[in-house]
Write a protein that binds this ligand. Structure first.
Ligand code: UTP
Length: 271
């Protein structure tokens, strides 16, 4: 299976970064000379993905604009012989970028649903904006490698062991230890933001997924329930009785760039 398509939902309000996010998306904060979102796009390019869909909200147009070709700038750089910079800009030219809007922030699953019509492949990667791995291999590269050994049509989630007192900030997985091996975990249950007493484990779901079309269809059915927020985890819970759902505990240090404190750490490590 070759992964060709990725959805990058970046429509959230970014309240933890206010007032910065009043008019500049947090995904456009710099790490070195690139915005954070470029690191996620690079994760996709590294595994051969050529089709990327941004789910944005109104006011976040600077995200897709950053990736669009700029022939006038390219011509100037060429004239000045700045070939390294030119190469940096041109590496996006063969990628198909697409943008859809999420009109209201009705949840991460609702954001993914806005890209449903765009999905052409049987399996799609979903990368949320805030999670990066510092290490030899990106999170998505590790997931792709792990996915190759799974039954066709499986769901693969990125997992991380989190301190018990922090489980209430995550979707937490119940694991079948006997059917699990090393970093690959067989998931038999999922609970959204449980208290430490109710958590079935301390394996938290991190914002990187490889998901078959069937799960996106299940997500669309949740849409019909008129819940307030539509979450991707709800579709996975729905799929658990009849689909393969695995989690992979990625190597490397996870960086959560969704908070000013986490962003500062990311600059320190990656910048
Ligand atoms: P968060 O829960 O971190 O929300 O979303 P946020 O808006 O980015 O940040 P805060 O909590 O207000 O500070 C996790 C990911 O899901 C996307 C976000 O853009 C982020 O990548 N998301 C969330 C959407 O695209 N739409 C939503 O309705 C909710």
């Amino acid at each position: 299976m070759k992964l060709q398509q990725a959805i990058l939902p970046v429509a959230g309000l970014g309240t933890r970064f206010l007032p910065w996010t009043k008019n500049i998306p947090k995904e456009m904060l710099p790490i070195g000379n690139q915005p954070l979102i470029a690191l996620l796009v690079d994760e996709c390019l590294q595994v051969g993905i050529t089709d990327i869909c941004f789910v944005i909200s109104h006011g976040k147009e600077s995200i897709p604009k950053y990736f669009s070709a700029d022939p006038a700038l390219e011509a100037k750089l060429e004239q000045k012989g700045k070939l390294n910079l030119l190469e940096q800009l041109r590496r996006y030219n063969d990628v198909h970028f697409h943008t859809v809007y999420q009109e209201e922030p009705l949840g991460d699953g609702h954001a993914v649903l806005q890209a449903r019509e765009w999905i052409k492949s049987d399996v799609v990667a979903i990368l949320f904006g805030d999670d990066l791995y510092a290490g030899e291999k990106s999170g998505l590269e590790q997931l792709c490698h792990a996915y190759a050994g799974l039954p066709s049509g499986a769901n693969l989630l990125c997992l991380e062991e989190v301190p018990l007192q922090r489980v209430s900030s995550y979707g937490i997985a119940a694991i079948d230890e006997i059917a699990s091996k090393d970093r690959m975990k067989k998931i038999i249950g999922l609970v959204e933001k449980p208290s430490p007493d109710e958590a079935p484990s301390n394996f938290g779901v991190v914002g990187k997924y490889i998901i078959p079309r069937q799960t996106i269809n299940a997500l669309a059915e949740i849409d019909g329930d008129h819940q307030k927020e539509i979450r991707l985890i709800d579709a996975l819970i729905k799929e658990l009785p009849h689909a393969f759902v695995y989690g992979y505990v990625c190597e490397g240090k996870r960086l959560d760039t969704g908070t000013p404190e986490g962003y500062r750490k990311a600059i320190h490590i990656l910048g």
